[in-house]
Design a protein around this ligand. Structure first.
Ligand SMILES: Nc1ncnc2c1ncn2[C@@H]1O[C@H](COP(=O)(O)OP(=O)(O)OP(=O)(O)O)[C@@H](O)[C@H]1O
Ligand SMILES: [Mg+2]
Length: 335
């Protein structure tokens, strides 16, 4: 067995809605972190609609994530393409059917990501609220939710976070009794029901279960990133999501960056330019540098809820236990 190394800082980028800028942000953030000297792996997990390689200028990757998922390679490292001296890419796949990962494949992928030989992993999880998207986000240390200044983006981001929270709640069931309790609490859900109300129903029935769910939600580590902003007022409107998410979903979701609509990020085939902010003084370039700094300054031990201790910085269970247990139960049940 390979010697144990530190678990990389994992940053997943989702948003619910298509086209809000997840891939643009994944590519530019990975490059910005790479420029600070950290070894970065950027993973295109937008299975079925992959295009992170194109954003990074890798037009024909030799290997892709599907090679690992289909067991054509043993190690996830084998599918990497070097993009810059510090940034490697696991290109995505658009093979038909690849977007539907089973529980066993998903757990294998999550463990491989957590064991990558890198200091930081950036994952583009793609659009939507599928279980693959939700689990990739949930297993990450930082869950970046990209919002664009459209109402539909806000609705879809909220739907994604709600899907995550319901997954957290359901995956805390370790036996039949818990499952019944949780299902009956969730089953009473009406349009107005919030997570505090759900926990209020659960708590008198099982205090330990309710506290455990609450603890996981407290550490869930969501960050909101505004993108394609053209006026300051748009950023202000997006910031209103933070209290809404706290009150209804019990998640701490600070707004950590606002990226403006910028010519250097607007990929254009006719102009032959990509979606990378490559000029160091460009406003977008600086915005990604700042976003990288904010993320890298966050203490991993706080996010992971473990005392990493001296000399073992960054070590933690590879995949959060509640996800591991849940996926193992799904695999055993053939789900
Ligand atoms: N800040 C920005 N300024 C200008 N154009 C942008 C900005 N962010 C993204 N874009 C452009 O918007 C389009 C969609 O961006 P991108 O592909 O990154 O979105 P996505 O969320 O990954 O989409 P999908 O859900 O389809 O994967 C691209 O053409 C990209 O160049
Ligand atoms: Mg994309």
């Amino acid at each position: 067995m390979r010697s144990r190394r530190n678990t990389p800082r994992i940053i997943a980028i989702g948003g619910g809605k298509g086209g809000v800028g997840k891939t643009t942000i994944a590519a530019n953030l990975a490059l910005a972190i790479g420029r600070t000297g950290y070894r970065v792996c950027v993973v295109d997990a937008d299975l079925g609609a992959a295009n992170l390689h194109t954003a990074l200028g890798v037009l024909h990757p030799q290997r892709c994530l599907a090679d690992y998922i289909d067991h054509q390679t043993e190690a996830l490292e084998d599918v990497m393409t070097q993009v810059t001296p510090t940034v490697q890419l696991a290109a995505g796949t658009s093979r038909p059917g690849s977007a539907n990962l089973g529980a066993t494949e998903k757990l294998r992928l999550l463990r491989a990501i957590a064991n990558l030989d890198a200091e930081v992993v950036v994952i583009d999880v793609g659009a939507g609220t599928s279980y693959t998207v939700v689990d990739l986000l949930a297993a990450a240390d930082h869950k970046l939710i990209v919002l664009s200044p459209q109402l539909t983006s806000l609705h879809n981001a909220y739907a994604l976070l709600k899907a995550c929270v319901h997954r957290v709640v359901r995956k805390h069931a370790t036996d039949e009794m818990h499952r019944d309790l949780i299902d009956s609490a969730l089953g009473q859900e009406t349009k107005a029901r919030t997570i505090p109300q759900l926990l209020g129903t659960l708590r008198p029935l099982d205090e330990a279960l309710a506290s455990s769910i609450e603890g996981t939600l407290k550490r869930f580590g969501v960050s909101l990133v505004g993108n394609q902003l053209s006026a300051a007022a748009e950023g202000e409107a997006l910031r209103k999501m933070t209290p809404l998410i706290r009150d209804k979903l019990m998640l701490n979701a600070p707004f950590i960056a606002g990226i403006k609509r910028s010519q250097s990020l607007a990929g254009s085939l006719s102009a032959g330019v990509g979606t990378i902010a490559s000029r160091p003084n460009d406003e977008a370039h600086l915005a990604f540098r700042q976003l990288a700094d904010v993320l890298l300054a966050t203490d991993l031990s706080v996010i992971r809820g473990v005392d990493l201790g001296e000399g073992v910085r960054g070590r933690a269970p590879t995949v959060p236990l509640w996800i591991q247990r849940g996926l193992e139960a799904d695999a055993a049940a053939g789900r």
